[in-house]
Ligand binder design. Structure first.
Ligand code: ME8
Length: 531
């Protein structure tokens, strides 16, 4: 197992294991999937910055009737050939959006099949699995069992179509046995489900007497595309039991003892608000049954709409993240999504707003600050940092803004964290406009002018580091122009590289604009091609 920051070798380090939901491989990725993967990436990069050894897992959910039907509809003879193609589109999208995952799990992999079967065996050995008859409604859009009371006008409210009636012999999981321990876990002082509104919602679901044992298999007669039940090949394992188990497969359960002992339990399962029940009820109950430790935190983020509307194939407004990354660059998408939206609430992606926001903040705010500083250093100091001292007040203010940034990042309040960085950007631009170093230098006041420039450089150094989890490419560019030879991704808060002042003699590299202004593109966004 190789980690992004090579931290695995240092055993004394604190660890952080972050996962995303694994996306259904029934269609290519859309911007909602990208929103979650970018968020997890921002968290992973930030945790690396704090000096933790991080493991970041994402992947695709490839079994079940929804995927099987999509494969057939797309004219594929085997679902496997179909998911091979779809999962590669997810991988490609994450590469283009600079997602730094350490592994990408596919639920059709052999390593996963073994783990799912082992979890099933453990739950059965515990006496928590029994055979029974299932008669009820199933929505394969949700891959979930519905009740009459869940329906609106006879249809699944999420997928606007009637569920199927299904009647078959299934294996059931004794969820009812775990209701009490689950309630205790959900009410522990250390919150395991956030935001708090979601936690209360889950407790209400648990209190509902109708939430009973649930079916964890499908008969092979109705579904073949799944992992076989151990010792009973007439049944395949329910796709949610299969999917949730990815979180332990991906971190070496029964295959890589060192990784498993290091990283489990997960520090964070990052998921969308629609799948909290599976992660905060089913999954911890399965883990209790299998005698495995529970995750520390499940966080349910909000949903993203496009230009104020829910995405749908029929509206043709499903946004393709590859198209967006190609058209605007990864930093613009990453920045806008998290500067403009509140992570635990629903948000929106609007192209005009994105263009206006990144032009103002990144091109004008950060880009101009850098540009003015390196140009003046080039012209008046031959690109070499002069020897000056920085006022203590400036350094204290940087520490204050950094502390604020960290507090917000620890709570996944990305928009507020970004605002803390812009406190520094604004101070930097104000410093230049008030002190007018270009005038000082023209008048021959080299020491005074140089001091202003190195102060602004010190601010830019901090801006580059703090903003790097959000806009990694832009920040690598700033780092380079400031004249650092190291990789910005190797910086951690407690390293001397973070705290050291910029030394006299450092050579800056004036390479022109670090972030080009985006044009107001007028054509319609390309819809996601059907798989
Ligand atoms: O639920 N905005 O897969 P999925 C924000 N395979 N997030 C969104 C979104 C939107 N518009 N649309 C979807 C599944 N998501 C299962 C997960 S995990 C063991 C199995 C989020 O492809 C959604 O909430 O339907 C989920 O967290 C993720 O994208 C994958 O959704």
């Amino acid at each position: 197992m190789r980690l992004k920051n090579n931290a695995f070798r240092e055993s004394h380090m604190e660890k952080y294991y972050v996962t995303t939901a694994i996306d259904y491989a029934n269609a290519p990725p859309h911007i909602g999937h990208a929103y979650e993967k970018i968020a997890a990436d921002i968290i992973a990069r930030y945790q690396r910055l704090t000096g933790k050894k991080v493991f970041f897992l994402t992947g695709t959910d490839e079994h079940g009737s929804k995927v099987e039907k999509a494969a057939l509809a797309a004219g594929f003879e085997s679902p496997l050939a179909f998911v091979d193609e779809t999962s590669s589109k997810f991988k490609e999208a994450w590469r283009r959006l600079l997602i730094s995952n350490d592994d990408f799990i596919r639920t059709t992999e052999e390593r996963h099949k073994k783990v799912v079967q082992e979890v099933f065996r453990r739950m059965r050995a515990k006496g928590d699995v029994y055979k029974g008859k299932y008669a009820g409604l199933y929505c394969d859009g949700c891959e979930d069992y519905l009740r009459e009371t869940d329906l609106v006008d006879g249809k699944c409210p999420n997928h606007q179509r009637p569920p199927q009636h299904s009647e078959e012999e299934n294996y059931f999981f004794r969820l009812t046995k775990y209701k009490e321990p689950l309630r205790a876990w959900l009410q522990e002082a250390e919150c395991h489900v956030k935001p708090d509104g979601r936690r209360r919602e889950v407790i209400n679901q648990l209190d509902d007497p109708e939430l009973g044992d649930f079916s964890i298999t499908r008969s092979r007669k109705s579904l073949t595309w799944g992992i076989p039940v151990p010792d009973d090949p007439d049944h395949v394992i329910y796709v949610w039991v299969d999917a949730l188990t990815n979180y332990i497969t991906g971190v070496g359960f029964q295959s890589d003892e060192e990784a498993w002992n290091t990283f489990w339990p997960a520090d964070l399962h990052l998921i969308g608000k629609d799948i909290t029940k599976f992660h905060a009820i089913y999954w911890p109950a399965m883990l209790m049954s299998a005698d495995l430790p529970l995750p520390k935190l499940v966080f349910g983020h909000g949903f993203i709409t496009v230009e104020g509307q829910k995405m749908s194939k029929s509206l043709g407004n499903v946004l393709d993240p590859v198209y967006l990354a190609e058209t605007y660059g990864p930093d613009a998408i990453r920045y806008f999504l998290f500067a403009a939206n509140t992570f635990d609430q629903d948000g929106d992606f609007s192209r005009a707003d994105m263009v206006a926001t990144v032009n103002k903040h990144l091109a004008m705010g950060v880009g101009n600050l850098l540009n003015r500083v390196v140009k003046l250093l080039d012209t008046h100091f031959e690109g070499t940092v002069p020897a000056v001292s920085i006022e203590q007040g400036v350094l204290d203010a940087l520490e204050k803004d950094t502390a604020e940034f960290r507090t917000f990042m620890d709570e996944f309040e990305f928009a507020k964290a970004i605002r803390s960085i812009f406190e520094i950007v604004d101070k930097g631009n104000k410093l230049l406009s008030e002190r007018e170093p270009w005038k000082l230098l023209k008048e021959g006041k080299l020491e005074e002018g140089g001091q202003v420039l190195v102060t602004a450089m010190t601010m830019l150094k901090r801006i580059a580091i703090l903003l790097s989890p959000i806009t990694p490419r832009l920040c690598a560019g700033i780092w380079d122009q400031l004249g650092f030879d190291s990789n910005i991704e190797s910086v951690i808060f407690r390293s001397s590289e973070f705290t050291d002042p910029i030394l006299a003699g450092q050579k800056i590299r004036n390479k022109g604009r670090v972030f080009e202004k985006l044009d107001e593109l007028t054509e319609n966004p390309a819809p996601v091609p059907t798989a």
